[in-house]
Design a protein around this ligand. Structure first.
Ligand SMILES: [Zn+2]
Length: 234
């Protein structure tokens, strides 16, 4: 199955928080996409692997993902090794996405940094014909877009998610064990405070302001995004 886009995340709710609006927009425009989680988030303070697997499935359905895969890497232990690199190369070759999304290179959680590095490297290596991965042919996507998580950067592209804001928020909240829930008995984390959701929504609004729209998601790319027609400008 060929997909238009693959979005990689270190943990099951990363993609929803960082580029969920963009993925919802792709779905509305008939562009098939998949979400690839490196880990099951089993080291998280709240929830467990089974609870998180159900929440992850629900969130993928809300966003309209065609597939949601898990690379089965241990949470808090995404190692930069050949085995993990080839896992990413294989999934890129199998689904042949035009574009990939991944975490930005500077992050608070080391898993995010390592996921960035593995996707960044696999983006290149997947195009090498002499690098064999079974029957999967060499394939290199057109572009990689790196999304914002904890650390900020100066974006080289914004996506207007004003029409996808509600879907994005619903997909984030599908991860019920992770976010604010007054009846939960799990210990509080940074993500589970009411202030965190307020911050997340405020940041989408802030980037919307920077982009001249209501809500936006910021991305960084190695090459600046270029237009061929001024009508493309919002
Ligand atoms: Zn994460």
């Amino acid at each position: 199955m060929k997909l238009y886009a693959l979005a990689f995340g270190a943990h099951p709710d990363d993609v929803e928080m960082s580029c969920g609006g963009t993925l919802s927009m792709l779905y509305r425009h008939g562009k098939p996409f998949g979400i690839v989680d490196f880990t099951r988030g089993e080291m998280g303070t709240r929830g467990n692997a089974a609870i998180r697997a159900n929440e992850t499935k629900e969130a993928a359905k809300l966003l309209g993902a065609d597939v949601r895969l898990n690379l089965g890497v241990s949470d808090s232990n995404i190692e930069l090794n050949r085995k993990n690199l080839l896992k990413v190369v294989e999934v890129i070759r199998k689904y042949q996405p035009e574009i990939v999304f991944a975490p930005y290179r500077e992050e608070r959680h080391p898993d995010h940094i390592h996921a960035h590095q593995l996707v960044n490297d696999a983006f290149f290596y997947s195009g090498l014909k002499k690098l064999k991965t079974g029957k999967l042919a060499a394939y290199r996507p057109r572009r990689a877009f790196y999304y914002m998580q904890h650390r900020s950067f100066i974006p080289t592209m914004y996506v207007d998610i004003s029409n996808d804001f509600d879907t994005k928020v619903a997909a984030i909240k599908a991860h019920k064990s992770q976010f604010f829930n007054p009846s939960s008995k799990d210990p509080e984390t940074m993500l589970s405070t009411p202030e965190f959701m307020e911050y997340l929504l405020g940041r989408m609004r802030y980037h919307g302001r920077m982009a001249g729209v209501r809500y936006a998601e910021p991305f960084w790319t190695h090459e600046a995004v270029t237009i061929t027609n001024f009508d493309a400008i919002i």
